[in-house]
Structures are given as C-alpha cells and as structure tokens.
Ligand binder design. Structure first.
Ligand code: GAP
Length: 447
C-alpha cells in the first residue's frame, strides 16, 4: 500500500495539489505548500467544517492571534508537559521519538536507522513549541511561542465572546487557524508536519453535563466525516486510556482514518473538564466565571473539545479519493472526491473549436463561476479532456456540441459512473446542486 502513497504524492505535485516547501532550495522538512487545486480542496474542507459549526445558534466564530502572552502556555501546561521523549543514536546521530520505537528496538537499544544495537541515549523530554522573540531584543523576557494549538485563544476569550454575543451555556466557540509543532520526526506526507491548520471548537457546558455533551459531540463529528465522503468502513474510534490521556483530559477519543500506511488520528474529541479555565483563572488572576441566572451563582464551565487537523483531513480525502480502474483496456486514474469537497466542481468543454461552440461554452462557464470553481478546456480530444478532469476529481464535465446549437441543451458526464445525460443549459445550476446533494460514495452506492 506504500505504493499508493507514492502515487498520491506524485499526483499531488503533478496536478498542483501539494508542493514541497522551498523546493528549489532542497525543501524544508515538515512544511508543504498548497498549489492551485490543493488550496481549493483545503478551503472547501474548512468551509464545510465552518458551516457545520457556525450555522448553529449555539456556536460563535473566532480568529485569535498566533502569538500570545507567554504565560498562556504556562497556564495551559504546554511549557511543562508538551514534550516528546527524544533519543539519539550515538553511532549515526539520527534522532527519533522513543515512544515510536518497537519493543525489540527499545530493549536492545537498537537504532531504527543504522540498525546498530546498544547505541541509543536515554530519552529526554523535548518541548515541541517553536520559540521566537517579540521586539528587537532576543532575550528571555521577550520570548514567545508560536501556538501549538488554536484552543488557548478560545479559552482566554471565553468571557469576551460570551458577553459580546449574550450567549448562555451551553455554547461553543469555533476557530480555524495555523498551529506549529517542532515535531522530532515528520512523516507520511501531510500527516505529521511542523506547520499545519487546526479546526477546533470548544463547547462550554454546565458542570455535570460534560459527559452527556461529550457523547453528543462524538456522534456529531463522526457523522460529519461521513458527510464529506469518508466511508464508515475506513473510520474507527481510538479511546485514550491511562498514560495516553493528555494532561488536560478527563476522557478522549480519536477518530481514526484507515490511511494506506495504517490507521491514523484525524480528530481528537476531549472532555477537558474545567482544567483550562481554572488554570487561566489561577495564572492570570482574572475570574472567568459564567453567571447562571437560574441558580444566581457564578460557575466555572466544563469544556468538550473537538479538535481536527485540516491538513490531515485533506490527506484522508486524497487517500480516499484515489482510485484506479480499467476502462476499455486503459488505466483510468480518478479522484473520487465528494463533489462538495472537489477543488473544481465542473469543467465546460466545447466539443470542437468551431461553429460558435467555444463562445457558448465560455458563456456557460462564466455563469457557473458565480457559484463554483469551474474549468474551461478546449484543448485536445474530448476523451483526453475527460481523463484530465477525472485525475483531479472534477465531478461534472459539461460538453457543448452540435445539438446545443439547435436546442440549448448540453451533455453532463458524471465522473464516477461516466454516464452522460442531456440537460437544458439554463437549468445547469439546479441540476448540479441536486446531483451534489444526492452523491454517494461509489462503494456505498454499489452496495
Ligand atoms: N487542542 C487539542 C489538540 O491540539 P491534538 O490531538 O494534539 O489535540 C488535534 O491535535 C488534531 O490536530 C489532530 O487530530 C491532528 O488532526 C492535528 N495535528 C496534530 N499534530 C499535527 C501535526 N504535527 N501535523 C498535522 N496535523 C496535526
């Protein structure tokens, strides 16, 4: 299956989804650039998440800054606890996470890179936060961190948002933004990177109702993954128990996706109790209490957090979409994205470059572009143009042909089934909307 990852990485570069960061300088480990199609794909995923969250009356949006007061990270426990166990190989000088070694490697002190035994140092705690300085003097008093999660911006703004929006418990705050972690080993393409985007939502609830809301949000998030085209058969839960539980969590479940290299976490759902708000109260000296009108008492809410990686979700969508099949003796590569996720929604293609077909096709493309990302292509045989669109996952190809000239209809070819039907050009918008809503994952549609 590693083979699929290689094909995917190569397709991503070739078709403009993802490029290595600073490629002409040899790249920067753990950093990636999203090309024209990748940025559309990423924006669609973020938009679907944002809509799912903020179209509710009980969730507000926020965009807090990446640099925050350094004491935030003392209060949150990141200065003390946000570490991975780092080991060095004395032989080949490679560095890696001790917790990712196999039991045999750990017992033998064996380096996973050079294979030598009894060469590993004792593990030491390595803090994953990137450090930088505010202002011109680079000393400890000016030291700040690039945020390793977006959540803390939400906690410190809890009362600001609640008061400004006159929200009552329970309510949530949602945020999408960059996070940075100085990972010891980056790996698996976009899976573990040093710069990535998170989509986090903290749901503030009355103490004692957190377990109930935790169950509710687990179900909601599971359903969302299905709505963006990840089938249930490749999703699973992983419960954190004992030592695995983060310092802030009362309970935690990951949603895992079955990547070509095995199951990997794409979202963490955590019952954080009142850990964060009580820590920020303690360290800042400012009360973060909610006034409950019913009991006339000030309460410290509990928090249920849903924390998802946008880039990991994008990678899950890419892996899920990649499909090869034989069509009339030829290999067809098709990215079977959910149409709402697909970077380009439709391609408009004049069958030939004459008889006014290009003008009509451009007109149709311009109309559809008001709502969607649309691609216009008049170059090459129609079959080749279809294949190019299959490879980037465009769900609909609209062809203007000689019949269009007489009755204003076009053919719409659907990517997965390759079936074509005639549709009035005027009704294309409504037709595509209906098809997008009705889309089913091809494996589920066949079942
Ligand atoms: N606020 C809680 C929190 O940050 P987390 O489990 O450490 O929890 C949440 O991270 C999500 O962020 C993960 O499920 C993953 O999707 C994404 N993520 C974490 N580290 C990442 C990395 N190095 N590269 C890409 N995505 C990452």
């Amino acid at each position: 299956m590693a083979d699929v990852m290689e094909k995917l990485v190569s397709l991503c570069k070739r078709k403009g989804f993802v490029f290595q960061s600073s490629e002409i300088y040899g790249g920067l480990n753990g950093c990636w650039d999203y090309g024209p199609l990748g940025v559309e794909l990423l924006r669609n995923i973020k938009e679907l998440w944002w809509r799912a969250m903020t179209s509710r009356e009980d969730i507000e949006g926020l965009d807090s800054s990446i640099l925050m007061h350094p004491r935030v990270w003392e209060a949150s426990g990141h200065v003390e606890n946000f570490t991975d166990p780092l080991v060095d190989c004395r032989q080949c000088k490679a560095r890696f996470r001790e917790d990712l070694l196999t039991d045999d490697q750990r017992t033998a002190g064996q380096c996973p890179v050079c294979g030598k035994r009894e060469v590993l140092t004792e593990p030491r705690a390595f803090n994953l936060m990137f450090k930088t300085f505010v202002g011109p003097v680079a000393d400890d008093s000016a030291r700040v961190f690039l945020r390793p999660e977006t959540a803390q911006g939400i906690f410190v703004n809890f009362l600001n948002v609640q008061t400004a929006m006159r929200q009552k418990l329970p309510f949530g705050i949602a945020q999408v933004g960059k996070a940075f972690r100085n990972e010891i080993n980056t790996r698996n393409f976009l899976f573990r990177t040093r710069e990535f985007e998170q989509m986090e939502m903290q749901f503030f609830v009355m103490p004692g109702t957190d377990a109930e809301w935790f169950a509710y949000w687990r179900q909601e998030r599971w359903d969302w993954f299905r709505q963006i085209g990840l089938p249930e058969k490749r999703l699973s839960w992983h419960e954190h128990l004992g030592d695995e539980l983060a310092h802030y969590a009362r309970a935690a479940f990951d949603v895992q996706y079955e990547f070509p290299f095995g199951p990997g976490e794409i979202e963490g759902i955590h019952n954080r109790g009142n850990f964060d708000l009580s820590q920020h109260e303690k360290v800042s000296g400012k009360a973060l209490r909610y006034f409950d009108e019913q009991s006339r008492a000030k309460v410290l809410p509990c928090v249920v957090e849903t924390s998802i990686g946008a880039s990991r979700t994008l990678m899950a969508c890419l892996a899920e979409a990649y499909h090869e099949e034989q069509v009339k003796g030829e290999n067809r590569v098709v990215m079977r994205f959910h149409p709402r996720v697909a970077p380009i929604k439709a391609a408009v293609l004049p069958l030939v470059k004459r008889d006014g077909m290009p003008d009509i096709a451009r007109q149709i493309a311009a109309t559809l572009r008001r709502r969607y990302a649309v691609f216009y292509d008049e170059g090459g045989a129609i079959g080749r143009r279809y294949r190019r669109m299959d490879e980037v996952g465009t769900p609909f190809c609209i062809t203007v042909d000689s019949q269009t000239l007489s009755d204003d209809t076009v053919t719409v070819r659907e990517r997965d089934s390759m079936a074509q039907e005639r549709v009035a050009a005027e009704g294309l918008g409504a037709f595509l909307e209906g098809r997008m809503d009705a889309w089913q994952h091809p494996d589920e549609a066949a079942a």
